[in-house]
Design a protein around this ligand. Structure first.
Ligand code: GUN
Length: 265
C-alpha cells in the first residue's frame, strides 16, 4: 500500500506556494504517491468542488489538502464540507473537529499535532499544567486547545477580545501563540520557566531601514523571541520551530488515513 497525498493550491499566494512545494517534495521524499494540483486564481468554486469530488473517489489518494486561504470568491467552508472526512488530513471537516472535541479518534490538524509532540517530548506528562492558547482559529487555536485538554491540562483560550491578555499569559506554564500578529507577545508576558510554542509565521520588513526600503523581508513569530527566551525554559524559534513538525505530521496523517481506508486500523 503506497499512501497517496493530493495537495491543491488555488492562486499564487507566495507563502502558500512555498508551503505547497515543501509538502509535495517531502511527501515524495518519504516514498508516497504525491500529486500537486496548481489551479489559476480565477478557478470557480464549482471547478474546485469537482476536483475535490474526483480526489474523494480516487483510490490512489488517501489524503487531500486544500491549501488555505483560497481566493475570496470561493467559500472555504463549502470546499471543506465536500472533503471525504476520511481523507481530510488537515482535520478541518466538522466530522473530524467534532470527533476531536468528543475525544474520539479523528484526523487532526497538523500544526497542533506537531506542537503536542514537541511539548510531550520536552516536558513529559502535561497533567495539571496551565495552558494558555492565544488564538481561536479552526486550523490551530481550537484543535490545539482540544489536544491540551485531552492531555489533562487546564486550558484557557484567549483571543483578540480577551481583557488583560498580558495577565492571562503570565499564568501559563504552556503558552501557545497562534494569533498571526508579529511580536505581539512580549518577554514580560512570559512566566519564569514557562514553555512557549510560537505558531506565528509573519512576514515583516527588515528592521534596518536601508534593507526595508529595498523591499527585504523576514519571517518572525507572534512572540518577541529574544525577550521571551530570557524567561522561558523552552521556546520554539520562527522559522524552523513548529513549521517542520507540521509537514512531518501531514505525512503521518496521510499514513493514518491510508491505513484506516485500507481497514488496517
Ligand atoms: N495554510 C497555512 N497552513 C495551512 C495548513 O496547515 N493547511 C492548509 N490547508 N492550509 C494552510
Amino acid at each position: 500500500l503506497t499512501p497517496g497525498l493530493a495537495v491543491v493550491l488555488v492562486g499564487e499566494d507566495p507563502a502558500s506556494q512555498i508551503y505547497v512545494r515543501n509538502k509535495g517534495e517531502q511527501s515524495k521524499a518519504a516514498g508516497m504517491h504525491s500529486v500537486t494540483h496548481r489551479l489559476p486564481a480565477e478557478t470557480s468554486e464549482a471547478e474546485l468542488l469537482a476536483l475535490v469530488k474526483t480526489l474523494n473517489a480516487d483510490p490512489a489518494i488517501h489524503g487531500i489538502l486544500v491549501q488555505l486561504p483560497v481566493p475570496k470568491h470561493i467559500n472555504d467552508q463549502t470546499i471543506i464540507a465536500a472533503l471525504d472526512p476520511d481523507k481530510d488530513v488537515d482535520g478541518l471537516h466538522v466530522i473530524n473537529a467534532g470527533r476531536l472535541a468528543n475525544g474520539l479518534p479523528a484526523l487532526t490538524a497538523c500544526t497542533p499535532l506537531g506542537s503536542m509532540i514537541l511539548l510531550k517530548e520536552t516536558l513529559g506528562d502535561l497533567t495539571g499544567k496551565r495552558a494558555v492558547v492565544v488564538g481561536r482559529s479552526v486550523l490551530v487555536g481550537r484543535p490545539i486547545a482540544q489536544l491540551l485538554l485531552r492531555a489533562d491540562c487546564t486550558v484557557t483560550i484567549a483571543h483578540s477580545k480577551t481583557e488583560n491578555l498580558k495577565a492571562v499569559c503570565q499564568e501559563a506554564d504552556i503558552l501557545v501563540a497562534a494569533v498571526g500578529r508579529p511580536g505581539m507577545i512580549r518577554g514580560s508576558w512570559i512566566k519564569e520557566g514557562a514553555t512557549v510554542i510560537d505558531v506565528g509565521i509573519n512576514r515583516v520588513p527588515f528592521s534596518d531601514p536601508v534593507a526595508a526600503a529595498a523591499g527585504k523581508t523576514k519571517v518572525v513569530g507572534d512572540v518577541k523571541f529574544k525577550e521571551a527566551s530570557r524567561r522561558a525554559a523552552f521556546i520554539t524559534p520562527v522559522p524552523n520551530g513548529v513549521g517542520p513538525m507540521t509537514i512531518a505530521c501531514l505525512l503521518q496523517n496521510t499514513i493514518t488515513a491510508a491505513r484506516r481506508i485500507a481497514g488496517l486500523e
